[in-house]
Design a protein around this ligand. Structure first.
Ligand code: B12
Ligand code: SF4
Ligand code: SF4
Length: 261
């Protein structure tokens, strides 16, 4: 029963947008146990899914196509876990789909820098891949050009084994290509340096603008309200596009692009 149900849900996840799927027991994620129990007290297993990016879009010099590929790829992960959750519910197992980057605590001291469940860690334990020097989960199939999401379920599923292989060849190219020097050996990251760069038109830009607007003469306020930064901010709000860098995913040699025929 455990085995059969696991195969069925994996098949469903793959049919609805996931490219890779793995299962980890909640008891094997002790650092997330409290958060998981808050979301679903009866949770026994976590299903982790990965959907792959279009590498050509990630490597494009036009950042907006990479941003949109990210939105679609997040959508595929989320569709996959949402549909699989519905099936598990219909079979009588309370389950909750957990999106790719929420729930996340925006209050002090975490300030949006720590997810309730770390999908990289859960993905490694569910046998999806290994950790890279770029701080990301690297898979055999798609390198680190993937997005991750998951679901919590009370269903008794068969857990997968973590893989023995290391898919990062430790070439350190990711450290070299990072435009702001945010990465260092062992997958360490300076979150502020990276965050300021990838969210160039994010919350910091918004608050800076807000601060600057106070005590300014009317003419300067007018200039700011018609500035390029404000238009980029508007675009961010309207489209949900806010990443301005994909280098550590796109330039990693484990991230393979399909060959031309
Ligand atoms: C907050 C956050 C950020 C923050 C902080 C990043 C960070 N590394 O923690 C900022 C804004 C800087 C950021 C940047 C980026 N992010 Co981000 N981010 C998240 C988020 C929402 C939470 C991560 C978190 O909780 N971090 C805090 C703690 C847990 O992480 P930590 O301090 O690094 O500790 C962990 C590691 O040390 C790891 N670990 C343990 N042993 C080892 C050993 C090695 C060798 C390594 C490398 C790691 C490792 O385990 C620890 C605990 O889990 C996740 C989604 C999620 N819920 O998982 C996405 C996520 C990690 N981000 C992602 C991506 C792609 C990016 C960016 C490329 C931006 C972009 N263009 O999308 C950059 C890459 C930065 C990088 N190289 O790490 C993807 C990663 C996909 C993948 N292949 O792994 C995720 C999983 C989003 C998703 N759902 O797909 N992100
Ligand atoms: S570029 Fe990729 S393969 Fe090379 S060290 Fe970084 S993560 Fe590993
Ligand atoms: S997303 Fe860009 S800035 Fe952030 S660590 Fe990767 S290469 Fe560096």
């Amino acid at each position: 029963m455990e085995h059969e149900l696991s195969n069925t849900v994996k098949g469903l996840a793959l049919a609805h947008g996931a490219d890779l799927v793995g299962i980890v027991k909640v008891s094997d994620l002790p650092e997330h146990a409290e958060n998981i129990t808050k979301i679903l007290p009866s949770a026994r297993c976590v299903i982790v899914v990965a959907s792959h990016h279009n590498v050509a879009a990630l490597r494009s010099d036009n950042n907006q196509v990479a941003q949109f590929d990210t939105i679609y790829t997040y959508g595929e992960c989320e569709q996959s876990v949402h549909k699989t959750t519905r099936y598990l519910m219909s079979e009588g197992f309370p389950s909750v789909a957990v999106p790719a980057f929420i729930p996340i605590d925006m209050a002090e001291p975490k300030k949006g820098m720590q997810g309730e469940i770390c999908w990289r860690r859960a993905g490694v334990k569910a046998g999806l891949g290994s950790y890279g020097e770029n701080g990301l989960l690297i898979t055999k199939e798609f390198g680190s050009a993937i997005r991750l999401a998951g679901l919590l379920t009370s269903a008794p599923l068969k857990a997968d084994e973590a893989l023995d292989e290391d898919f990062c060849d430790h070439c350190m190219r990711c450290l070299e290509v990072c435009p702001v020097g945010a990465l260092s050996e062992g997958g360490k990251i300076n979150k502020k340096l990276c965050g300021d760069h990838i969210f160039a038109y994010g919350l910091r830009c918004f608050t800076d603008l807000f601060h600057t607007l106070t005590n300014k003469p009317a003419r300067e306020i007018e200039e700011m309200c018609t500035s390029h930064a404000l238009r980029e901010l508007w675009q961010t709000f309207m489209t949900g596009n806010y990443y301005y860098c994909f280098k550590c995913q796109s330039q990693c040699p484990a991230t393979k692009a399909p060959r031309h025929p």
